[in-house]
Design a protein around this ligand. Structure first.
Ligand code: COI
Length: 369
């Protein structure tokens, strides 16, 4: 495969000491309408949102205000050319009932890497992390506490020039909304290994959380759903041989006693925060984790040798998502029952213990609100 140098990022954080976040609280909270017994993903939004505008080369007018619709011109840039990026982060309550947020600093850094690649301004730490801390604090009652639930935090930035000429915009909106969330997948996923459509190419935007990476996946995903699968395992664009990501997640395979995940050197794969957490935790436990090109042929050979033990996706929304079967060309590779998996089961418990503040945070991953 062709090698492309990792995208180098130079984050220019301006002095934002003067940027106060003005808070307007709602006097009509909707929290009473939240059905704690039926929390799904991405259906309900909390009382407040953060909005900041970038204009004339600086961030200004940062505000936390009641959640409401936006009013935008039909000529707004991002609606036409997709200059839009986002992040996904989760907040939990620790055993004392205090809000905690999992690794938001890593999401902030990744957000600014996406921003640079998409010719958008960097969002300063005070606005991104300071803003989300204040927002989560204000909407702390929206953090659900039952197993597998959290408050999903969605920071995003869109280009909002009223102009349909093609050039990088000069005006941007940065926003954070939050949503009480249940599990993203309720059961192990069945996967189709695609050797036709491509998610990303070296030199492209595969490493970013640009809206277009998700928009382009809708059609191929719809097609595989019609064929009876839940998600796609994307392969590389040159040979359709090396596995990349699964759906909207990073992917791990347990081959014999090793855990293997595609490396991120080609910038075609998202540098997942959950991916990094999984690699760190497994290595600390003494498990061998290899980050390297992994071909579908190698996975198939391991399957035939009885060595394909576990396969799972990782992401903020889904956490650890076990794969029940992989179909490649004419072969369906069925994984052993999930209950027998050593690594994925352990990781799920370990990550939950850290995220819900039940275990000492030895990695400095938790931001206390
Ligand atoms: C996340 O895991 O936060 C994601 O970005 C997936 C999302 C598109 C639902």
């Amino acid at each position: 495969m062709r090698k492309v140098t990792n995208y180098q990022i130079k984050i220019n954080i301006m002095n934002v000491a003067a940027l106060d976040i003005v808070v307007h609280k709602t006097n009509e909270s909707r929290i009473g309408q939240l059905d704690h017994s039926n929390i799904q993903f991405g259906k309900v939004y909390s009382d407040h949102m953060l909005v900041a505008t970038y204009e004339n080369g600086e961030w200004q007018h940062a505000e936390i205000k009641p959640y409401e619709n936006l009013s935008l011109s039909p000529a707004t840039t991002f609606m036409h050319y997709g200059q839009a990026i986002f992040e996904g982060i989760k907040a939990y309550k620790d055993p004392q009932g205090n809000p905690i947020i999992f690794r938001p600093r890593d999401n902030w850094k990744r957000f600014n890497r996406s921003a640079e690649r998409m010719a958008m301004p960097a969002v300063p730490e005070e606005l991104f992390l300071g803003g989300l801390k204040q927002l989560v604090d204000l909407d702390r009652d929206w953090i659900p506490t039952s197993d597998d639930t959290s408050l999903y935090i969605r920071p995003f930035m869109v280009a909002v020039d009223e102009f349909i000429g093609v050039r990088p915009a000069e005006k941007f909106l940065f926003m954070i909304i939050t949503s009480p969330a249940g599990p993203y997948y309720s059961k192990p996923v069945s996967i189709y290994v695609h050797d036709e459509y491509v998610r990303a190419f070296p030199g492209g935007i595969g490493f970013t959380k640009a809206a277009g990476n998700y928009g382009m996946s809708m059609y191929p995903t719809q097609k595989v759903k019609e064929m009876g699968y839940d998600q796609i395992l994307w392969t590389d664009g040159y040979e359709h041989k090396y596995v990349q990501e699964i759906g909207t997640m990073n992917v791990f395979f347990v081959l014999g006693d090793k855990v293997v995940t595609p490396d991120i050197k080609q910038d075609t794969i998202l540098q997942g925060v959950t991916r990094d957490s999984v690699i760190t935790l497994l290595r600390e436990k003494g498990v061998t984790v290899e980050e390297r090109p992994l071909s579908i042929d190698e996975i198939q050979a391991a399957y035939h040798a009885g060595q394909l033990r576990e396969a799972f996706g990782t992401g903020t929304a889904a956490s650890i998502a076990p794969i029940s079967a992989l179909t490649y060309q004419n072969e369906k590779m069925t994984l052993p029952p999930v209950e027998e998996w050593e690594n994925a089961q352990w990781l799920k418990k370990e990550l939950a213990a850290i995220r819900y503040g039940r275990k000492t945070d030895t990695h400095n991953w938790i931001l206390h609100v």
